[in-house]
Design a protein around this ligand. Structure first.
Ligand code: PNS
Length: 165
């Protein structure tokens, strides 16, 4: 019997970028179901609230039939057990990501040995890209077209009106 592997792709997605979309597409080609799960950490300040982060991600991933969007609070492994998910997807850009990802993967394994973390290397064109960098650029009055999907671009411009328009 074929087993459908359920994977969770967790993150802040504040906002989702083309780099995240690339990882979700590659994960969707491997796993039966991929759930993009947006963290709501009540102690953290986000640029976009969870409804906005959710709406942007759902729109950007609507072309992938086996990908859904959800959000969670608390421990990732608890959430995964509730949803019967076996695999955590994380994207890797450069070596600088490794230390944090290694630590997180080992902590999650300690908490839930049955869950596997699966790393997908980003596309070279997105190796420099991060949500925080994108937010900073827009906040400072810049605009980058090809790093976020159109709906995210629009919301960033609304949130941070360009200084020189
Ligand atoms: O996009 P990010 O901020 O790099 O994602 C980090 C995330 C959401 C995967 C991580 O912070 C997380 O899983 N948080 C939930 C709390 C938890 O389970 N912590 C233990 C693992 S470090």
């Amino acid at each position: 019997m074929e087993r459908k592997i359920r994977a969770i792709y967790p993150g802040s997605f504040d906002p989702i970028t083309n780099g995240h979309i690339y990882i979700a597409e590659r994960a969707a080609a491997i796993f039966g179901e991929v759930r993009v799960s947006i963290l709501v950490n009540l102690r953290k300040q986000y640029t976009f609230d969870v409804e906005d982060r959710h709406a942007m991600a759902a729109e950007a991933l609507s072309h992938l039939p086996n990908v859904t969007v959800d959000h969670f609070t608390g421990l990732l492994v608890d959430y995964m057990r509730q949803h019967n998910a076996q695999v955590i997807i994380r994207g890797l850009r450069a070596m600088s990501d490794f230390e944090y990802e290694f630590q997180m993967a080992l902590i999650n394994r300690q908490l839930a040995p049955e869950i596997e973390t699966f790393f997908i290397i980003t596309d070279a064109q997105y190796s420099y890209l991060s949500s925080s960098l994108v937010r900073d650029i827009f906040q400072l009055g810049g605009a980058m077209e090809n790093v976020v999907p159109p709906s995210v671009f629009r919301r960033l411009r609304e949130r941070f009106p360009a200084h020189f328009d």
